[in-house]
Design a protein around this ligand. Structure first.
Ligand code: TRP
Length: 335
């Protein structure tokens, strides 16, 4: 009797382009460890994507290893999921070339991230920045992923990936699984502590809490966080009227698991001077074990090397199978 319940496959990646922050963590990353029990999971460091913006080579190497250590410290057990570095699996780049030929200039021109990034890097609008979504589609399609857990900002990239997959399948038959985006609602949009109108970002370090930051620095950022200039001065969730306080409530809720109602009740009659350090402390305690474990892992380079070598081997096995199928479909002569 057939008894193979095939687990659904999940894939996601983060660029090692800088330090991970609370927005990355409370957004997609925190939900990944829950998934490794139930799904067949692949998580990687998207170093190929990172060089679309100029990088310092030594920093990129260090950030890639740190990101791997952070993945593990956040609960991604390498025995239970596949952790690898994108550039270690050449099939991503190989599929990307093929899919470039099935992606239209017009559709890439409409990508909002391309427009934003070329505005920010006006002196380096390179072709990689333009074809970035094709590489991302290749990352996803090459593993035949069912679901792609990402932040809201990546939704358009998963959409174009689906379009590319459908176009290719329309010509050659069912080659690729068409993936679904998986976007967590709570904690998905953490804002800057210093400018709560914009999202938390490493380019605004005052309003950004980094995962490996020292407790005293985290506390300082929360104590200085911008609250709202309304006269009421109470802790109430209202993102329209009170964006600063509402952002802190979101963060506190994510860190403690409390509901917005419970939080409002807890701080009823207390001012921001009590609330802000309480949020800071909750965040410090959430991040403490991750920071300590990351530091411990980074001191053991041999272990990390073992993890990414084994990961690349497992990933390449799956990726090469899809690549061979694609090469055959488009008419490349087999070697
Ligand atoms: N573009 C993603 C980001 O910047 C990173 C990424 C690259 C990714 N390839 C991916 C995410 C494939 C999910 C699946 O956040």
């Amino acid at each position: 009797m057939e008894n193979a319940t095939v687990k659904k496959r999940i894939l996601s990646g983060i660029q090692p382009s800088g330090r991970l922050h609370l927005g990355n963590y409370l957004g997609p990353l925190r939900h990944w460890p829950e998934m490794i029990e139930e799904f067949d999971c692949y998580f990687f460091m998207a170093d190929l994507h990172t060089i679309t913006v100029r990088q310092n080579p030594a920093d990129l190497r260090r950030q890639t290893l740190t990101l791997l250590a952070q993945y593990i410290a956040c609960g991604l057990d390498p025995e239970k999921c596949v952790l690898f570095i994108q550039s270690h699996v050449p099939a991503h780049s190989q599929l990307s070339w093929v899919l470039n030929c099935y992606t239209m200039f017009g559709e890439l021109s409409r990508m909002t991230q391309f427009k934003d990034k070329s505005a920010k890097n006006a002196d380096n609008i390179n072709a990689g920045l333009f074809t970035y979504p094709v590489l991302m589609a290749s990352d996803i399609l090459i593993y035949q992923a069912d679901m792609v857990p990402v932040g809201e900002d990546q939704r358009q990239h998963v959409e174009i990936c689906r379009d590319i997959a459908n176009r290719f399948n329309g010509i050659y038959g069912d080659v690729f699984k068409v993936p679904e985006p998986y976007i967590a609602k709570v904690g998905a949009r953490i804002k800057s502590l210093s400018a709560p109108a914009s999202k938390m970002s490493k380019s605004q370090p005052d309003g950004c809490v980094f995962l490996l930051e020292k407790p005293e620095d985290i506390m300082r950022k929360f104590k200085r966080s911008v609250t709202d200039s309304d006269t009421e001065r109470c802790v109430r969730y209202d993102p329209e009227e009170k964006p600063g306080v509402s952002n802190l409530i979101q963060i506190y809720a994510s860190a403690t698991g409390k509901t917005f109602d419970e939080i409002e009740a807890e701080f009823d009659g207390k001012g921001y001077g009590v609330f802000k350090p309480a949020v800071g402390e909750a965040v410090v305690e959430t991040l403490r074990p991750i920071r300590e474990e990351t530091e411990r892992l980074l001191a053991d380079k041999a272990y990390l090397e073992g993890v990414y070598r084994a990961g690349a081997e497992k990933a390449a096995y799956v990726a090469n199978r899809t690549l061979s199928k694609v090469y055959k479909k488009v008419g490349f002569l087999a070697r």
